[in-house]
Design a protein around this ligand. Structure first.
Ligand code: OAD
Length: 223
């Protein structure tokens, strides 16, 4: 079973989505805070943005949807592929979580993506890694490669059941993962709105918020 999640799964934990009304990209311009160009041109603004997001995520608690996804492991072999950078899936108990867009609990050298440290307080300009590189959040920014895509493709291609929770499916390459779901595999979509799934087969929509929607899905899977 592969569960692909986005910002909507953490909305009921108090973390804003990106593209809904009131979402993050209404307050900030994605180019100014979440791109490699932004980091090169205005690193202070980028750090302010991620330092705030890190502390918000640290205060948030997993909700019933994160917990239901973790509980699926009682009956299924589950891989969570998330676009989220919070660690709420892990804190709810999911044991295999692949973060396509990086993790807010980690920071790294800007000159070596493998030189990682725990990100548990604000990063300041001038904070250096062991190799002398400026520390930056361990986040995949627009304009950067998505190193975990290869693993994600391998997982989704083998899935017997796919569950999508709380993503508008508007960011690539993440959204393209669904093109690799095998024929006949059911794709459950938990989202109060309708993400762009018109090109997909075997879609079973559950038009509810994540917590209620996951309850309904758990009942469906029991039948
Ligand atoms: P979006 O903000 O694009 O989409 C959020 C989705 O969650 C929408 O389909 C909403 O209808 C749905 N939603 C809202 N509240 C919900 C709730 N309580 N329960 C369930 N669903 C709910 O967020 P993502 O698709 O995650 O990337 O965005 C993908 C990427 O775009 C992010 O990882 C981020 C952003 O730019 C980077 O920063 C690299």
């Amino acid at each position: 079973m592969v569960v692909l999640t986005g910002a909507g799964v953490s909305e009921e934990s108090g973390l804003n989505t990106f593209r809904d009304s009131g979402g993050v990209w209404e307050k900030y311009s994605v180019e100014e805070v979440a791109s490699i160009q932004a980091w090169q041109q205005n690193p202070q603004l980028v750090l302010d943005f991620y330092n705030k997001r890190r502390s918000d995520a640290e205060k948030a608690q997993p909700n019933g949807a994160h917990k239901a996804i973790a509980d699926l492991e009682d009956k299924y072999d589950v891989a969570v592929i998330t676009q989220n950078v919070d660690d709420l899936h892990e804190r709810a108990g999911s044991t295999y979580v692949l973060h396509l867009h990086g993790e807010l609990t980690k920071m790294r050298s800007e000159s070596d993506e493998h030189l990682l440290y725990a990100y548990n307080k604000d990063i300041k300009l001038g904070d250096k890694a062991k190799d002398g590189g400026q520390l930056r959040p361990h986040i995949v920014w627009f304009g950067e490669a998505v190193p975990k895509m290869t693993d994600a493709l391998g997982l989704i291609g083998c899935a017997d059941i796919v569950i999508i929770v709380g993503t508008s499916l508007s960011v690539y390459p993440a959204a393209s993962l669904l093109d690799f779901v095998s024929d006949g595999t059911p794709i459950y979509v938990v989202d109060p709105n309708t993400p762009n799934t018109s090109h997909l087969k075997n879609v079973i929509p559950i038009r509810k918020k994540a917590v209620e929607g996951m309850k309904e899905l758990m009942n469906l899977l029991e039948k």
